[in-house]
Design a protein around this ligand. Structure first.
Ligand code: RP5
Length: 164
């Protein structure tokens, strides 16, 4: 199976990526995780993206806050799909990173998830790999079913407890 590459701009972004890693572990999807910054270590970030396809990655997840160029820089250096997570790490509550991550120019897309959306980034990466992996596709369908069941159980409990 292809690996998912997880890159964060700083170790201060780690709690957001832990959510992504937990999802990947639960689906038994292999991943590598790195701290590479578009600004502080641009050479390493670019080299990682340029080598990602031949190194067995199927999609990349990039998380950064503030002037968040990491996902865009990775996307500019690979044709693998890149998923961007804007991180809430400044006085602007993540709006700065959201706009920097989502507003990519035509030709270099970044699939941007919610601010701090680590779990959704991992689920989306799994959905990409599942296009050519039936076992993973089945695991995703099973998770969707169990998530739905959990919500319906909450509905039953709350309507029973608070309904008149
Ligand atoms: C970004 O700047 C990082 O992704 C992080 O979200 C933010 C702050 O980084 P630190 O100053 O905490 O290292 O590049």
């Amino acid at each position: 199976m292809k690996k998912i590459g997880i890159v964060m701009g700083s170790d201060s972004d780690l709690p957001i990526l832990e959510k992504a890693m937990n999802i990947l572990k639960s689906f038994e999807v292999p991943y590598e995780v790195h701290v590479y910054s578009a600004h502080r270590t641009p050479d390493e970030a670019i080299a990682f993206a340029r080598g990602a396809e031949k190194n067995g990655f199927g999609a990349l997840i990039a998380a950064a806050g503030m002037a968040a160029h990491l996902a865009g820089v990775l996307a500019a250096n690979t044709t693998l799909p890149v998923i961007g997570i804007p991180c809430k790490s400044s006085n602007l509550d993540g709006m700065d990173a959201l706009l920097a991550t989502v507003q990519m120019p035509t030709g270099i897309p970044v699939a941007t998830v919610a601010i701090n959306g680590g779990a959704n980034a991992a689920i989306l990466a799994c959905q990409m790999l599942a296009l050519s992996d039936e076992t993973l596709a089945k695991k995703l369908k099973d998770k969707r079913e169990s998530d739905t069941k959990a919500v319906l159980e909450k509905d039953a409990r709350i309507s029973k407890e608070y309904g008149c």
